[in-house]
Ligand binder design. Structure first.
Ligand code: ACO
Length: 394
């Protein structure tokens, strides 16, 4: 029996060909290609093909993949009605989790197993593509519903990123905005055996279905220690602004006391959101890219103050806790980027989930291709031979 490792830290629990991470050197590669190269040169669709096939597509393959994905953008009419009947106050991640789960009911054969009860890989890929194509439609439909606006149908002549922004805002985004969003999608697509990916693999290892695995993964991602951190980064920036104003201080002068106070309460669980990572002990390579990128987009959209605040927080954190290996993670600068694109705060985590669906689905297929049911052991630390005391005598 292996040693107990709290949080499974350091435990190797799967083999994958999808992404490679070197946490000490700050390297992330998808199928061997550095994340920086992909962010600069690829598209989200091409990256998904890469992750699902472990190679880059030829031109005709990419065209066919794009056409297939775009032909699936539309969600069932019943699901549109269901979303429109949801409380306008609902959290988008809860809506997304419920809607992905509901999609299984509109699939005539949701299980993804062949007649012999074995995983049917082409069927699973098709289900994964459906969910990936329809998540933007689900999120945009709910966002417009809660704003009291009519639903905007998807446009099959638009790529994944611009189509989402078009459905959300009712007008096609500028090429720069669409590209910014596309890059965020590439950067978040896969990341080894993170908590939500592990969750998806655990569920699919029972030979459950793709919808159940993706629904569970969404539940994992929404936690503030995982994907929910990008929203908390923005909350923190807003809190600093509001508190500085209340105290009549310049916001840039208020950052230092704010961060130092949080760090002083670290032992009571206080955290600077967007910093630290279970794997990276140097700057997260996605954050390196997003830092430069968010500066440019913040300048283009009049959000330079947020960028400067983030940069100052990073410098204080490097001085105070850099030696402990606590550096910005992907969520830190993605918060400013999403804000600059004009996305509402509570859509940040669903955006992360939108992209990560590709990684989750790829891992699920990888898992069932060489499956072994996940069933770790727990180390029992309770008493033995305890007497049963009748209720009246307790
Ligand atoms: N702010 C302040 N101190 C921190 C932070 C932080 N963000 N992160 C870690 N530390 C400190 C802890 O106080 C602890 O210090 P100690 O050794 O003096 O007790 C030490 O670093 C280790 O912290 P752990 O929480 O045990 O490290 P773990 O590997 O479990 O942490 C985690 C990883 C959960 C991401 C953590 O860094 C954190 O809570 N960060 C803030 C939330 C966040 O940004 N999450 C997004 C992660 S990336 C993603 O999921 C996409």
């Amino acid at each position: 029996m292996a040693e107990f490792s709290k949080g499974l830290e350091g435990v190797v629990a799967a083999e994958t060909q999808m992404s490679f991470i070197d946490g000490a050197k700050g390297i992330l590669e998808y199928v061997g290609i550095p994340i920086d190269d992909l962010a600069r040169n690829s598209t989200f669709e091409e990256t998904v093909f890469l992750l699902w096939n472990c190679r880059l597509p030829k031109k005709a393959e990419l065209d066919a993949f794009n056409t297939d994905l775009r032909s699936r953008y539309r969600i069932p009419a019943e699901l549109t009605s269901m979303i429109q009947s949801m409380p306008k106050t609902a959290q988008p991640m809860h809506v997304r989790r419920t809607a992905v789960s509901a999609l299984s009911m509109y699939d005539p054969s949701p299980n993804g197993l062949d007649s012999a009860g074995k995983p049917d890989i082409p069927a699973m890929r098709s289900k994964a593509l459906n969910v990936l194509a329809q998540i933007p439609t689900i999120i945009a439909t709910f966002d417009r519903h809660r704003r009291g606006l009519p639903v905007v149908d998807p446009r099959a002549n638009l790529a994944f990123a611009p189509n989402f922004l078009y459905m959300l805002n009712g007008e096609a985004p500028t090429p720069a905005m669409a590209r910014a969003f596309d890059i965020c999608m590439i950067l978040h697509a896969d990341h080894g055996l993170n908590n939500s990916t592990f969750t998806g693999r655990v569920v699919i290892s029972t030979l459950s279905d793709m919808y159940s695995a993706l629904t569970a993964a969404i539940g994992s991602l929404r936690g503030p220690l995982h994907g929910g951190a990008n929203e908390e980064v923005m909350d923190m920036l807003h809190e600093i602004e509001a508190e500085a104003k209340k105290q009549g201080k310049d916001v840039m002068d208020y950052i230092e006391p704010y961060i130092m106070d949080k760090l002083a309460h670290r032992n009571e669980g206080a955290r600077i959101m967007g910093f630290g990572h279970r794997v990276y002990k140097t700057i997260d390579p996605r954050a390196t890219f997003l830092k430069t990128f968010s500066k440019q987009i913040a300048a283009d959209t009049g959000n330079m103050r947020l960028y400067e605040m983030s940069s100052k927080i990073e410098a204080i954190m490097a001085r105070e806790v850099g030696a402990k290996g606590i550096y910005p993670n992907v969520d830190f600068y993605s918060a400013t980027t999403y804000h600059s694109i004009g996305l509402k705060l509570d859509l940040f985590t669903p955006m992360f989930a939108m992209s990560r669906t590709s990684g989750w689905a790829g891992h699920c297929i990888e898992q069932v291709t060489d499956n072994r049911l996940y069933r770790p052991a727990a180390k029992y630390v309770g008493p033995h031979g305890a007497p049963y005391v009748p209720v009246a005598q307790r």
